[in-house]
Ligand binder design. Structure first.
Ligand code: HEC
Length: 736
């Protein structure tokens, strides 16, 4: 029997969450109703809709699932080995944003059962686009046809892999790739660090390089044996120092793309750099929503937003060279293997900063992560139209951080006519697709940056006034293998029908209708009840039938604060689980996440400090946030925060070594450590607790949020509860 930890968690979520949410819409449009089909997904990355309506979803760590939106069935159809960040090493600087990245379904899927996956290969250091064929409903690993392998870097906190895969109505396959660059060491401006040894900080080698497939949207025509180059890409095949697969170049992190179903125009959200203000080093950071009606260069890392240029910065002398000319950008990088003179830069369709936007005030302010969804066309022959006739030709763009969807109305020439808010309060919207019937399929990633277990797939459709039924189920008391309805409710008090399903591998068995169901002999993964009202609206409930590998989830309740909590405030918490854990093993941590586009995932050293610690063997006995032979550095930092001159004490302790503060094991004197390096390490260790506080050893209490430390306010607090042997709980709340 296969483990299905998700379903067990689903059930707990079902208890805690109302299944239906009337969505907050931010304009005059009719509100939409949201039917949550599946919850409990682990970092879902992209969804693709098969011709028969089935939904294929990928998870960051490599699993591919099929979802039957009619029955709520979730079928594990295979796991591809991928390189990815692991929960046990959450603060690793290796492969931070790698994983299973994108999925598309072959236009001829009904005939050929082919799907395309884009992922960080585990066997080589490259991102790979492959075609797989399903056999008996499962991915056949032997069927893999490798189409593209794009060498990549994974060390030194590089980010940005893009990864969206889509077919256009022209039958061509589009894949977005990121600049694969560390954005943290160029002060939020252009990462064009040309110094030796700074490869990972130089996007001139990738996004700005006509001879490299990173930082691009590629366009190919898949064939039986591989692919061909379609006409109209950016460089004619055979042009020296260019790659013919490139359709769009000059992208930083084109995360979610979409292609207009009528005009074939390409849209993508471009997640932009972090600079909060302008300086001589260039413009402030902008996210962009882009439109390409034809092949082009969209400027990164030399130009941003509406063609605001960066100067060519000399990182060695910290001096500024020539300002880029957007009409004739030049790539002077020593790692550039392509053309020096680049095609003219194209401006974005929409661009916005962390601050209120002058050009597009409706975008709001705060953290940002732009994504592009489908273009809506009004079609009266379709079951649903989520917008009115007057909104014909409207691009739906969304923002992962802001949890919002926007309506970008386009005119007949596809020029932006009007930009309005549409839907709010989504939990990290990760992908948005339009189904054949005109409804939207929405993927929500879950509340955290990584390791979510509350990702979900839902359907958004116009609100016809009929509310969704709700249902919960439980094992029938005293009867083996029997399950019954705990509670089922139709808000309109109409009749509801309850149908039971059993998941058996990649198929499901209909057990009939009624208030109870009996599970026959056999091996099954899940029992599920679907409540359907007389208008066809549905609610789902599920219980996992495989308890062998399920970690009990912790639940975290936070006390209601007056308004949004700020630095230094107290927050009440209560941790519980079906089987209460020993309080001694509980850690509750509150972490401030500043309102920038990046979250490093926890306390972390800079690359240079990491190197220093590695060179001096500190990591042999210490980890950043988990105790090992020695205390975790985060614990050290929290212990001495606010004390008088802890640096001096710790500096001496490194010299002398000794035991007794954290336990009986002594630290050997660090005699080989240079004085100045000791100072650097101690300062970095003490800085780790910036924005972080924790409570250990109690299930219930208050946690004092970290004192202010110079980060910008207005971000979020992530509160987490952890205990060995339990699945952690995490919540994110907006900060004052
Ligand atoms: C062989 C194992 C070992 C190595 C190597 C090691 N440590 Fe430690 N470290 C310990 C132990 C054990 C303690 C706890 C000592 C105690 O309880 O007083 C400790 C404690 C500390 C403390 C807290 C001291 C206090 O009194 O609170 C700091 C800071 C620290 N180590 C930094 C470092 C740094 C930096 C390096 C590398 C240059 C390093 N350690 C290398 C084992 C080690």
């Amino acid at each position: 029997m296969k483990s299905n930890a998700l379903s067990c968690i689903n059930m707990n979520l079902l208890k805690a969450l109302p299944l239906t949410l009337a969505l907050a819409t931010a304009s005059s449009a009719a509100p939409l109703i949201k039917e949550t089909i599946v919850t409990g997904l682990q970092d879902p990355m992209e969804v693709a809709i098969a011709p028969d309506g089935n939904l294929f979803v990928i998870e960051r760590e490599g699993r591919v699932v099929r979802v039957n939106p009619q029955t709520g069935g979730l079928f594990d159809i295979g796991t591809i080995p991928v390189e990815h960040l692991k929960e046990t090493h959450a603060d690793s600087s290796y492969a931070r944003e790698d994983g299973m990245l994108g999925i598309a379904i072959d236009p001829d899927f009904e005939k050929n059962q082919c799907i395309y996956l884009y992922y960080s290969a585990a066997d080589i250091i490259a991102n790979r686009l492959s075609r797989f064929t399903l056999k008996d409903g499962k991915i056949d690993p032997a069927s893999e046809l490798k189409l593209l392998e794009i060498p990549t870097e994974r060390e030194n906190r590089v980010c940005h892999h893009g990864g969206s895969v889509e077919f256009g109505p022209d039958g061509l396959l589009y894949v977005s790739t990121g600049d694969n660059t560390n954005p943290f060491e160029s002060a939020g401006f252009a990462p064009i660090d040309d110094r030796d040894g700074r490869t990972e900080r130089d996007a001139q080698r990738s996004a700005g390089n006509t001879n490299d497939l990173r930082g691009k949207v590629l366009r190919i025509k898949p064939t039986e044996e591989g692919y061909e180059i379609p006409a109209g890409n950016l460089f004619k095949p055979g042009t020296a120092n260019t790659r013919p697969e490139i359709y769009v170049m000059g992208c930083r992190n084109p995360f979610r793309i979409s292609i207009d179903s009528k005009t074939n125009s390409l849209y993508w959200g471009e997640v932009g750099p972090d600079a909060r203000g302008e300086s001589n080093n260039g413009p402030r950071g902008h996210d962009e929503v882009n439109q390409a009606k034809e092949a082009g260069n969209f400027g990164w890392p030399f130009v941003i937003a509406d063609n605001k240029p960066y100067p060519i910065r000399d990182f060695a002398n910290n001096s500024l060279g020539k300002m880029t000319d957007p009409a004739a950008p030049v790539n002077p990088g020593q790692r550039n293997t392509g053309l020096k003179n680049l095609p003219p830069a194209q401006p974005a369709l929409i661009w916005y900063t962390y601050n209120n936007s002058e050009e597009f005030p409706v975008m709001g302010k705060g953290s940002r992560n732009a994504m592009a969804g489908p273009v809506f066309y009004f079609d009266s022959s379709r079951k649903h139209n989520i917008l009115g006739k007057e909104d014909d030709r409207t691009l739906l763009t969304y923002d992962w951080m802001r949890g919002r969807i926007f309506k970008a109305k386009l005119d007949a020439n596809e020029k932006l006519e009007k930009l309005e808010g549409f839907i709010e309060k989504l939990v990290h919207p990760m992908d948005l697709e339009m189904d054949k019937d005109g409804s939207l399929v929405l993927l929500e990633y879950g509340s955290g940056w990584y390791f979510n277990r509350n990702g979900s797939v839902s359907r958004l459709r116009p609100d016809d006034g009929n509310k969704l039924p709700t249902i919960t189920i439980k094992p029938t008391g005293g009867v083996a293998n029997s399950y019954s309805v705990d509670q089922a409710n139709d808000p309109e008090n109409g009749k509801i029908t309850i149908t039971w399903y059993l998941t058996e591998g990649v198929t499901e068995r209909n057990l009939g209708t009624g208030s109870t169901a009996v599970v026959p002999e056999g091996s099954f993964q899940e029992i599920r009840a679907v409540a359907t009202d007389d208008k066809g609206a549905r609610g789902f409930a599920r219980i996992s039938l495989d308890h062998s590998k399920v970690l009990l989830p912790l639940a975290l309740d936070l006390g209601k604060a007056d308004g949004e909590p700020g630095f230094g405030d107290q927050l009440k918490f209560k941790v519980s689980a079906e089987k209460a854990p020993d309080p001694a093993i509980i850690t509750v941590r509150a972490r401030y996440i500043a309102p920038t586009g990046h979250d490093a995932g926890g306390a972390q050293f800079s690359t240079d400090i990491s190197k220093l610690a590695k060179a001096n063997q500190c990591f042999a006995c210490h980890q950043i946030s988990v105790a090992s032979v020695g205390p975790s550095y985060l614990d050290v930092s929290l212990k001495y925060r606010g004390q008088h001159d802890p640096g001096k004490y710790l500096h001496n302790k490194l010299k002398t070594g000794g035991a007794g503060v954290w336990g009986k094991i002594p630290m050997p004197p660090q005699i080989a450590l240079k004085q100045e390096d000791a100072d650097k390490l101690v300062a970095a260790i003490l800085g780790l607790s910036d924005g972080i506080s924790q409570s250990k050893g109690s299930l219930e209490g208050t946690i004092k949020l970290a004192p202010a430390y110079g980060a910008d306010p207005g971000g979020a607090w992530e509160i987490s509860a952890e205990a060995p042997g339990y699945a952690p709980a995490k919540q994110r709340i907006p900060a004052k």
